[in-house]
Structure formats: C-alpha cells, structure tokens
Design a protein around this ligand. Sequence first.
Ligand SMILES: *Cc1c(COP(=O)(O)O)cnc(C)c1O
Length: 333
Amino acid sequence: MNLAKFERRGYVKEATPIEFLPNFSKALGNKINVYIKRDDLLPGTSGGNKTRKLDFCIADALAKGADTIITCGAVQSNHCRLTLSWAVKEGLDCYLVLEERVKNSYKPEASGNNFLFHLLGVKGISVVEGGSNMMAEMEKVAEKLKAEGKKPYIVPGGASNALGALGYVSCMEEIMHQMFTQGLKFDHMVVPSGSAGTHAGIIAGMIGNNINIPVTGIGVNRPKAKQQEAVHSLANQALELIGVDARVPADKVVAYDDYVGPGYSLPTDAMVEAVKLLATTEGILLDPVYSGKAMSGLIDLARKDYFPQGANVLFLHTGGSPALYAYLDCFNK
Ligand SMILES: *Cc1c(COP(=O)(O)O)cnc(C)c1O
C-alpha cells in the first residue's frame, strides 16, 4: 500500500500522541484500559479530524488550479471551520453552505464554530433547509463564482470521499507505527462515525495492512444499517483508490445508533456525563456532537461488559471542542 503516490499539503507534520487514561479507566471501574488517540491536537484552527482529510483534498484542489473552496456542513460544523482555516492558510477564498438540520438552529451571532467562521474571514455563508441536496446547493454557489471568473473547487461534506478517507488510512498506519515503536497493544478501537470518512479510512487502513483489531463505530446521525452501508461502501472505494485488491467483509463494519439520542447535534444526558467525566478525570475536552456521544457509547459498552475484562481500548478523539461554547445551557443546568 503506497500512500506516498498521492499529493498532500503536509498539514500533518508529526504523529498525534496516544495517551493512557488511568483516572478515566479507574472511574469506569478499571474493567478496561482506555487509551486515547489525540487527533483533537492536529494542526489547523482548534484541531480535529478534518485536517487529515483536507491534507489530501486541498492538494487536489490546488493541483486543479482552484482559487476558491466551497464546502458544506451543519450550522456548528467543525469540518467547515477547518476547511476555512486551511483555505486561509493557502490564500484561497472559502464559501460555506450550512444545512439547518435542526429547524431554526442557525443563529448568525452564535458562539462556537459559527463565531470562528466570521473570525477566520469566511467569504460567504448560505444557509439551506435540512434535507437539502447539499451537492446541488454547493454547485449553485460554484456556478455563481465561475460567472465572476473564479475557479471554485467543491470539498464534499466532511471531506468524506475516497480521497479524504485516505487521511484515516494514513492515521491507521500512524497508529500501527506507534504500537510498534511504543510497544502498545490494542484489543479494540472505538471511533465516532458521522459522514463516514474517518471510520471508513480506519477500516480500509486495517484491511490494507492486515491489522485485525475490531473497530466499533458510534453513529451520531443515521440509523445503524444505513451508517454501516455508508462506511462499508466508502472503505471499499478507498481501497480501490489506493490499489488494494482486498475488499472489506461487511461484518467488519459496526456503527451503533444507540447513542444518537433525539437526533444529530441534539444533546443527550449521556453525552454531558461523558464530556464532564473526561474533563474532570483527565483534563481533555470532548465535543457535544461527535466525540462526546462516541465516548458516551464507550462508557455504556464498558459498563455492559462489551469489551473483555482487561482489554486495551483505543478511543479516537476526533476533536470538536469549539462547539462546546454553543452548548453552554446543557452543561450549566
Ligand atoms: C466530522 C467529525 C467527526 C466525524 O467524522 P466523519 O469522518 O464525518 O465520520 C467526528 N468528530 C468530530 C469532532 C468531527 O468534526
């Protein structure tokens, strides 16, 4: 498997740390040893998983002569914040199309990522109804910009196409190398599963490198069967893009929907508990929409003895803490 043949911008300069969480593991009764992969510490404004994917996607945009990036996400999208951040760094204009997945949730003066969109100098924001065809909406923006003589490039939601997923194939290779050099052994991995590129890349990286660690995805949006289908299909597309002949057995893809609660981005008590527990035991901030819900899944599964006693479980921290500041109410109550 040769990832070096793909253009990258070099946004990921060094491996993110893998840390053991002794206090957090103790709070869960020391049934398992929880480790965390700190992708919240990746470069780009406030860190997070989209930097790994954008490393490939923005390289493609520049190779195609783009001077403007268009992307989309929810109203508190970390992906939009990071795409904008890297566009700024590259001297590219950036336009965002925000999907109001929860009715009336877009507030121009909101804190969190929304505040950062403005601080980072977004060139334009358009807000569309939940359930809109986001690609079609981004194409409308692209047509308008082309008419003005610009060269726009569309990064899909979450940068979750096969090219973006290579960022997490690369992350899996990074983890493999850290296991080797640091003498670490993992029995299980837990990852957030949203637009699917992260989960798919990890699985493709496992298959491509013959690593057989079970991966449990924690969905934040779609029903289980739909999410698994999305991850499975994208993981296979990533393997095809790299030129690996193997395909992902369907039973390797697990993405529980038990921790979504009332819906995407809507808080749950278990998410609040998870965010507070990691903050107060280890001083690490999760987020309300992805990593907090994913950690609430890990906590529940540990309590239900889903993992074998004494297992070393690696949690992938995908970032997102700026969104906390748009959710003060659910933490203050
Ligand atoms: C986007 C995002 C995810 C989900 O990653 P996908 O590749 O979209 O599945 C998880 N955590 C955070 C903080 C994110 O911003």
